[in-house]
Design a protein around this ligand. Structure first.
Ligand code: FES
Ligand code: FES
Length: 163
């Protein structure tokens, strides 16, 4: 099956893992590394539930082969809370009721992280446009957008927690 062993930094921990050439990053994270916070909603790059940060950019991990991640830096939703404390973004999601069933939330958070990295004061239009690739089946978009803008304000008024 031509398995390959790759080195990958996942949430700050250097891991060596053996994968098949066809293994997707999302399957590596969930099934081999036990990081089940990254969800699979479609497997066809439509929903964004599988979004993670790969070398500083948000990507849909169902569209990336694990072998492409040799030497890469991956951050999943599990990396957001520090020492049991929610990040400003997570807290803003909670306070603004930005989740209902929560299935889309890990992907929303990881995409929102990228929005805040690139636009420290995003407009409502920017948030809506940049979350275009993330689908919420509960359709709670209004509060999600509010939460991202609220997180931006919180971060601006406090030490930045978004890397
Ligand atoms: S599972 Fe990756 S986009 Fe839906
Ligand atoms: S909160 Fe249910 S899918 Fe978004």
């Amino acid at each position: 099956m031509n398995e390959r062993t790759i080195s990958i930094d996942v949430n700050g921990e250097q891991r060596r893992v053996t994968v098949e050439p066809r293994t997707l990053l999302v399957h590596l994270l969930r099934e081999q590394l036990g990081l089940t916070g990254t969800h699979i909603g479609c497997d066809t790059s439509q929903c964004g539930a599988c979004t993670v940060e790969l070398d500083g950019s948000a990507v849909k991990s169902c569209t990336v082969l694990a072998v492409q991640c040799e030497g890469a830096r991956v951050r999943t939703v599990e990396s957001l809370a520090k020492d049991g404390a929610l990040s400003a973004l997570q807290q803003a999601f909670m306070d603004n009721h930005a989740l209902q069933c929560g299935f889309c939330t890990p992907g929303m958070l990881m995409s929102s992280q990228e929005i805040l990295r690139r636009h420290p004061e995003p407009t409502e239009a920017q948030v809506r446009e940049l979350l275009d690739g993330n689908i919420c089946r509960c359709t709670g978009y209004q509060n999600i957008v509010k939460a991202v803008q609220d997180a931006a304000s919180r971060i601006a008024g406090a030490p930045r927690t978004v890397e």
